[in-house]
Write a protein that binds this ligand. Structure first.
Ligand code: BGC
Length: 423
C-alpha cells in the first residue's frame, strides 16, 4: 500500500531572490560578480527574470499539483540605502504574495538568503554587533507591510553555512584577505587579487569585507544567530500570526568504526550548539543534500565508485530521512524541509532522488516525527552562486536567451505525489 503523508502536508519548491530574479544591483553579490578578476564563473545578470515572470512561475508550480512556494524577499531591494525603504519593492512582493493567494499556494518567505545590501557590508556586515538591530528593523518593516499574507517566515537561510566555509578556508590556509565564497578556493593568487579589489570596491580594508558566505569568527556566528532572535521578537510584535523559524544546512553525519566521536563533534558544531537560539521558534527549517561520513582520521572522501551529483556530492537521497531523525530528537517544534534536491542534467535521477528522499521522510512521519512540509530545491534552474548557471537543480528548465520555461518530468512527478499525498 502507498505510504500516506498527513492531509495538511505542504508540498512545494524553493527559490532565492538573487538566484532567480535578476538585476539585484544593490546587493553585495552583484558588486562581487561584476568586479574585474571576479572568482564568479559568470554574472547573475538578468537571472531567470523571475522578478518579471513570477506570476507565470507560480501558476506553473500550482499546475503541477504543488501547494506551497518558498521564496525570498531581497533586503537590498527593500532597503537599498540604510534607512530608506523602497515602497515599490514592497509593492512588488505584495504582488508575489497575491499571486500565491490566487493560485491557492501557501507562501513561505525567507527574509535573508545569502545576499546583503552593499551598505551593510560597508557598515561591518556579518561581523558587526549592530547588524542584528539593522536586520530586525528591516524584518519588522517587511512584516508590518506584508505579514498578513505570510503564514511562515524563515528569517535567515542556512544560518550555519559559515561553519563549513570557515573549515574549507582554514584548509586552504588563505592569507591576505577574508575569503567570501569559500567553495572553490583553488587559485589563491587570483583570490588574493580579488579580495584586494573587493576591499577597494566596498571602500573598506579587504579583511573587513564580511559578506554572509564567508569565514566567520565566533563573534560573527553570534551576530548571525542574534540577528535571528532579534528579528523574531520584532516580527512577533508586528505580525503575531506568522510562524517563525530559520533554516540550517545539515548533512546526514555518519561514521564508520572509530569515527563516532568526530561525527558527534561535527553534529555539535553544525547543529546542537545553536539549539538555545531556536528554543522560541515555531518551526525548524531543514536543508539537506547529502551525507558526510567520518572515520578515525577525519572526514572520508566520497568513494571513487559512488555516483556523484554536478556539485561533486555523493548521490545519497537517504540522507534526508537520516538527518530528520537526528534533529527531531532535540527539537520541540515541527520540521519543515525547506530545501532538498540535486544538481543533475539527468532528470530521471532527480525523480529517483525525490522518491527515495520522500520515502525516508514518510518513514519518519510513520514513526511519529512531526514533518510538516517538503520544499524541493529548486523550482527553476538558476544562478548557483560562484558556479553560475552550469548547475541545474530545477524542476523547470529555462532557456535564458528567451526566458522560456520548460517543466521537466520531475515537476509533474513531484506534483503527482503531492496530489496523491502519498508515495
Ligand atoms: C542554498 C541554495 C543553493 C543550494 C544548492 C543551498 O545551500 O540555500 O541557495 O543554490 O544549496 O547548492
Amino acid at each position: 500500500m502507498a505510504s500516506q503523508f498527513p492531509n495538511d502536508f505542504y508540498w512545494g519548491a524553493s527559490t532565492a531572490a538573487h538566484q532567480v530574479e535578476g538585476n539585484n544591483t544593490h546587493s553585495d553579490f552583484w558588486l562581487m560578480e561584476n568586479l574585474e578578476g571576479s572568482i564568479f564563473k559568470e554574472r547573475s545578470g538578468s537571472a531567470v527574470d523571475h522578478y518579471r515572470l513570477f506570476k507565470e512561475d507560480i501558476a506553473l508550480l500550482s499546475s503541477f499539483g504543488l501547494n506551497s512556494y518558498r521564496f525570498s524577499i531581497e533586503w537590498a531591494r527593500i532597503e537599498p540605502e540604510e534607512g530608506r525603504f523602497d515602497p515599490a519593492a514592497i509593492e512588488h512582493y505584495r504582488d508575489v504574495l497575491l499571486a500565491c493567494q490566487s493560485s491557492n499556494v501557501m507562501p513561505i518567505v525567507t527574509l535573508h538568503h545569502f545576499t546583503t545590501p552593499q551598505w551593510l557590508i560597508r557598515a561591518g556586515g556579518w561581523e558587526s554587533a549592530e547588524t542584528p538591530a539593522r536586520f530586525a528593523r528591516y524584518c519588522a518593516h517587511v512584516m508590518k507591510e506584508l505579514g498578513e499574507w505570510i503564514p511562515f517566515v524563515c528569517t535567515i537561510n542556512e544560518a550555519n553555512i559559515s561553519i563549513g566555509i570557515t573549515k574549507i578556508i582554514k584548509r586552504h590556509q588563505a592569507g591576505g584577505g577574508q575569503a567570501q565564497v569559500g567553495i572553490n578556493t583553488d587559485n589563491m593568487s587570483q583570490m588574493q587579487k580579488y579580495f584586494m579589489a573587493l576591499g577597494q570596491a566596498f571602500g573598506v580594508h579587504p579583511q573587513e569585507v564580511h559578506s554572509f558566505l564567508g569565514a566567520r569568527t565566533e563573534k560573527g556566528l553570534e551576530v548571525i544567530f542574534k540577528s535571528h532572535t532579534e528579528a523574531r521578537s520584532a516580527i512577533r510584535q508586528v505580525s503575531p500570526n506568522t510562524r517563525i523559524g530559520l533554516s540550517l544546512s545539515l548533512y546526514d553525519i555518519q561514521s564508520i568504526p572509530g569515527g563516532e566521536e568526530l561525527a558527534a563533534e561535527a553534529y555539535h558544531e553544525e547543529f546542537l550548539q545553536f539549539l538555545p537560539y531556536l528554543e522560541d521558534d515555531d518551526f525548524f527549517g531543514l536543508q539537506n543534500y547529502t551525507r558526510m561520513v567520518y572515520g578515525p582520521d577525519g572526514l572520508l572522501p566520497v568513494p571513487a565508485d559512488a555516483e556523484k551529483t554536478q556539485m561533486g556530492n555523493e548521490y545519497y537521497p537517504e540522507a534526508l530521512g537520516g538527518v530528520v531523525r537526528f534533529v527531531s530528537k532535540y527539537l520541540k517544534q515541527p520540521i519543515m524541509i525547506t530545501e532538498n534536491g540535486i544538481g543533475t542534467d539527468n532528470d530521471e535521477r532527480r525523480i529517483a532522488f525525490i522518491d527515495q528522499a520522500l520515502k525516508g521522510v514518510q518513514a519518519c512521519i510513520s514513526d511519529g516525527i512531526r514533518v510538516i512540509g517538503y520544499m524541493h530545491w529548486s523550482l527553476l534552474d538558476n544562478f548557483e552562486w560562484q558556479l553560475g548557471y552550469s548547475k541545474t537543480f530545477g524542476l523547470i528548465e529555462v532557456d535564458r536567451s528567451t526566458q522560456e520555461r520548460k517543466p521537466k518530468p520531475s515537476a509533474y512527478h513531484l506534483g503527482s505525489i503531492a496530489r496523491d499525498n502519498s508515495i
